[in-house]
Ligand binder design. Structure first.
Ligand SMILES: [Zn+2]
Length: 746
């Protein structure tokens, strides 16, 4: 490759003029790509010269994008990894080098645009020589090659993100490519549908070209599917090597041996076996056939079954992946969308409240069933009550509704918020006698009491993270994302980002919850994703099913019928599920953010210890104070204590004794112990009150306080103190001194 000569401004202009007056050769995009395109190792498994013959089904699509083709709109509904993105980059190279004009690339977000530019467009500009020659002089000359625009002789390429309508309003272009259509917001600003918006941008050019590409998402909500259905609906037909019949490859006919070492395709006509190694022949001889040839708009459907060997997943890869994802709708959905290039059909309208109620399992509301290793809380604010739901989390994607109730009280007054704080700060005890804390709390800030919620969230006396949430109806594609932060005052100082509000992708969360509730109807109790306790009541289940997916409006809407009026059970479970995925909470995930099975093993060891509970920690003998243990006891810095107590010449027992003293004196140890006792006491009081929820707040009456103090002191007099003295080699007097000094319970 010749190094491009540095071009002066004059020579750039001369070149542009020469290009403009040169008789234009009739060149197809596929021919251009075969002649010029170099694939970078950054973007492709197969670096080097592009060969259309390597992926023959892309030829017709590319050629429909050529300037001489009468086709105006091309819709590609596709699986991922089938070369469509590279194909569209070919088109851009062709535009820049061969058919300069105004062009635009629209991505779902500004971030997606920047990534795409770095990964796809920059390699084209740097490594495909003829494009580099044209842009090289410009790149060094000025800032015309910016993030949102590339100026080239005879044309301009705008790069925009779909979430900011300003970036493409007012602009008029001849060529427009809209990638990842289904990830666009369904409404962009006040201007409406991204498809209509894109059409508006090209209408000034009678010989325009529009390319829409995307993997589909949910049936009815998928824009790419809607556009594909309005097209001539082409599918790639390949001839059976045995009988010659033209086949559309369909997932139903892929088979594999039980050991999953081989997969093949069964011809629907002659039942003969077509092997993976027949693929290159198959693809080369394939033809696109339209289901509706009368339609002017071109539509292409591509699934991963057609991926050329080495460029995408093999049939065997697909079968293996399918086996691992097929049992879970949330992992099956990406497979159907991403590999088969098909939309996912929603099942929510088939759910019935009375059938959900029948799934109630033998554990009581408010208790923590075995297997439930983490808890999150979702709260909805109303004028005169708070709706509170606690969601349990466990291995294998299991969830338990752990608690559900309404906390009564005018939400303009402080009392109900104090009560809420007391409820959230109080740890619970699971069925193994181990204390647990709520991991995170999500509270609706857009409801009735925005200001009160803010004041609550910035309280410094909360023992657990509380996140202020607001529902986002646009399809964010994830559960939770930060939207804004506001300064707060703390001890007279302004804290810059003291108060944050988090956007909850309610549609994403409801997809998950409803998909699992639907799939659970065919699952046995042991493997269900959502578990319900006894005693929830019809109102809860009606509320949980208060919404249904409306394919036309492309969002969840309220179900018809008066019994579905209350939606707090659904909203609160959405909040509780969303905060579990907050990056600071990340339940069930490792540091990389991926699901981590070891996470649950670690928690299980701590919260559901094997063997006798007496061996594993404290035992409080007095009636009611059974089986107390706490994971944070394990976090007390024993090693640091030992290190600090080490003196040369000491015997082992001296060191242990000194370290133990240090430990018992440590704040963490005493705090934990106090907390455990208070939690257990509270549990007792709740039980005594006949299952009614009463909570001890700072303003609890004196009688209860005295009772609490007495019980706490009691627990230091019995077996527990003996246990402490044995374990740490201290006298009982010493322990009493500590207790008195710490003023526990007083
Ligand atoms: Zn056949």
């Amino acid at each position: 490759m010749n190094a491009p000569l540095p071009l002066s401004a004059r020579s750039v202009m001369a070149d542009a003029v020469a290009r403009a007056v040169r008789p234009r050769e009739r060149l197809l995009v596929s021919q251009w790509a075969d002649r010029h395109r170099i694939l970078s190792s950054k973007q492709s498994g197969e670096a080097g010269k592009w060969r259309t013959s390597r992926n023959p089904m892309l030829r017709e699509i590319m050629d429909a994008l050529s300037v001489h083709s009468p086709v105006r709109e091309v819709v590609v509904m596709k699986s991922s990894q089938v070369g469509v993105t590279e194909m569209s980059v070919n088109w851009l190279g062709y535009i820049i080098e061969h058919a300069p004009s105004a062009a635009m690339v629209l991505m779902p977000t500004i971030e997606a645009r920047d990534t795409w530019k770095a990964q796809k467009l920059n390699p084209l500009m740097l490594e495909t020589p003829c494009v580099h020659d044209i842009l090289g002089g410009i790149r060094s000359r000025d800032a015309a090659n910016s993030k949102d625009m590339i100026d080239f002789p005879g044309g301009i390429l705008f790069l925009a993100g779909g979430n900011s309508p300003n970036s493409y309003a007012q602009k008029s272009v001849r060529f427009l490519m809209l990638d990842d259509l289904d990830r666009f917001p369904h409404r962009v600003g006040d201007e409406g549908d991204p498809v209509g918006l894109a059409r508006g941008r090209v209408k000034a050019f009678p010989r325009h070209k529009l390319l829409f590409a995307s993997t589909p998402t949910i049936k009815g909500a998928s824009l790419i599917e809607r556009e594909y259905e309005a097209s001539d609906q082409r599918r790639y037909h390949v001839p059976c090597p045995h009988c010659g019949e033209l086949l559309v490859l369909d997932w139903k006919h892929v088979q594999a041996n039980p050991q999953l070492t081989e997969a093949w395709y069964v011809c629907t006509e002659c039942s003969a076996t077509i092997h993976e190694h027949d693929k290159p022949k198959l693809l080369a001889a394939g033809v696109w056939i339209a289901a509706h040839p009368e339609c002017e708009r071109r539509g292409y459907h591509i699934s991963a079954l057609y991926a050329p060997i080495g460029l995408g997943p093999s049939w065997l890869d697909l079968v293996r992946e399918f086996r691992s994802v097929c049992k879970d709708p949330t992992t099956l959905k990406p497979f159907i969308n991403g590999h088969l290039g098909e939309s996912w059909e929603d099942q929510t309208d088939k759910l019935k409240a009375n059938e959900l109620a029948k799934r109630a399992e033998p554990y009581e509301l408010g208790t923590i069933p075995p297997g439930c290793l983490a808890l999150t809380v979702g709260i909805d604010t109303q004028d005169s009550w708070l709706a509170v739901q606690v969601l349990g989390w466990g291995a294998d994607g299991k969830h338990w509704v752990q608690n559900w109730f309404e906390m009564q009280g005018e939400t303009t007054s402080l009392q109900v918020w104090d009560e809420l704080e007391a409820f959230l700060n109080a740890p619970l005890v699971n069925s193994y006698g181990v204390a647990m804390k709520y991991r995170a709390v999500g509270i609706d800030s857009r409801g009735h009491r925005t200001e009160q919620v803010k004041n609550f969230v910035i309280r410094t006396t909360l023992a657990i993270p509380v996140y202020s949430l607001q529902g986002s109806t646009s399809r964010m594609g994830r559960a939770i994302a930060q939207t804004g932060s506001y300064p707060t005052k703390y001890r007279g100082q302004i804290v810059k980002k003291g108060y944050c509000v988090w956007n909850v992708g309610t549609e994403h969360c409801k997809d998950f919850i409803y998909a699992h509730l639907a799939a659970d109807s065919e699952r046995s109790e042991a493997v269900r994703a959502f578990h319900f306790p006894q005693g929830l009541g019809d109102e809860y289940f009606n509320g949980l099913l208060s919404e249904t997916y409306d394919p036309e409006k492309k969002r969840y809407i309220q179900r018809l019928g008066a019994k579905y009026k209350r939606n707090e059970p659904l909203d609160t479970v959405v909040y509780a599920w969303a905060v579990g995925q907050h990056r600071e909470v990340n339940i069930g995930r490792g540091r990389t953010g991926r699901p981590d099975p070891a996470y649950w093993q670690r928690l299980e060891k701590l919260l559901e210890p094997e063997g006798s509970i007496q061996d594993s920690g404290f035992r409080i003998q007095d009636s009611g104070f059974r089986k107390i243990n706490h994971p944070s006891l394990c976090r007390i810095p024993i090693r640091a204590a030992v290190r600090a107590s080490f003196k040369k010449g000491d015997s082992m027992s001296d060191i242990v004794r000194r370290a133990a003293r240090r430990l018992v004196r440590s704040q963490a140890f005493l705090d934990t112990f106090t907390e455990l006792v208070a939690a257990e006491l509270e549990r007792q009081l709740r039980v005594e009150a006949g299952g009614e929820h009463i909570y001890i707040s700072k303003t609890t009456c004196m009688k209860e306080r005295a009772e609490r103090d007495m019980l706490i002191r009691n627990c230091f007099t019995g077996h527990n103190v003996k246990f402490l003295s044995q374990k740490f080699g201290l006298t009982t007097q010493h322990i009493y001194r500590i207790v008195k000094k710490r003023n526990i319970g007083g």
